[in-house]
Write a protein that binds this ligand. Structure first.
Ligand code: GLP
Length: 248
């Protein structure tokens, strides 16, 4: 590749390092850049794009820490062997833990918040509860192989799911807890996915700039007797894709 294959818009609200990073990432994911191919040096990028060394370094360091590029000391920067994007089928909607394990990766969660809250209107409607009834709120960052994948905020019925308040979700799966500790049988869910843009807090957790497009997902999970969980999540678009297979 030539350094001028990268196009920078200096008047855009998106930081320059991020524009470079995303374009390189895109070229790697589309196979334009292949494994072990060298990319231009930091100096060549700086000269061709008229930007500072720090800006290029920031973009490249991020891709190195994400495992998309690797450096050979004194020789150059190369494209790593690529792991596939997480490719989740929509015909079955397993838990995050089940899905990541099925891809041969290690799921990890970091609890951001767990407690009782009064439900926002969207939540009380989905859970069919009164707006003054407390619900459990579980807010987590979800990672696979140490990389941030999604932020999920689950709202749960505070009576039937009471034991959720005492679980350790840095290690436990929510669906396992609902099944094994709360004795609930999850039967089905409704899910919707649309385009969203991440806010300041989410961008900090997902390690992407504020305003970056994300998959905004909402899911209502049911037992035979009604809705038990309503989840609002933001998934990184560069690490996930969804596919649907239906018979005609
Ligand atoms: C997925 C779903 C969420 C659900 C979660 C449970 O990520 N999008 O709606 O709450 O799985 O995951 P786990 O059982 O791993 O905690």
């Amino acid at each position: 590749m030539e350094p001028t294959d990268i196009v920078i818009n200096k008047s855009a609200a998106i930081p320059t390092y991020y524009q470079i990073m995303r374009q390189l990432q895109d070229m790697i994911q589309r196979g334009v850049l292949v494994a072990d191919e060298a990319i231009p040096s930091e100096r060549d990028f700086c000269a061709a794009l008229n930007i500072s060394r720090n800006t290029v370094r920031q973009a490249i360091s991020k891709l190195v820490s994400d495992g998309l590029l690797y450096k050979k000391k004194g020789i150059g920067i190369f494209v790593s062997q690529q792991k596939a994007k997480m490719n989740q089928p929509l015909s079955r909607l397993p838990s995050f833990t089940e899905y990541v394990l099925s891809q041969g990766m290690a799921p990890v969660s970091k609890v951001i918040e767990l407690g009782l809250v009064t439900p926002p209107l969207e939540v009380s409607k989905a859970l069919e509860c009164e707006s003054y009834e407390n619900v459990i709120s579980l807010h987590r960052l979800r990672l696979a192989e140490g990389l941030p994948m999604a932020v999920e905020k689950s709202y749960l019925d505070s009576v039937l799911c009471q034991k959720v308040l005492y679980a350790d979700f840095n290690h436990d799966s929510l669906y396992d807890t609902l099944r094994n500790k709360c004795g609930l049988q999850l039967t089905h869910c409704h899910e919707s996915i649309e385009l969203g843009f991440c806010d300041v807090e989410t961008s900090r957790h997902l390690d992407i700039p504020t305003g970056t497009p994300v998959f905004h997902r909402t899911r209502t999970t049911y037992t035979k007797t009604g809705a038990i969980e309503y989840v609002i999540s933001q998934y990184r678009v560069d690490r996930f894709k969804f596919h649907l297979e239906v018979s005609l």
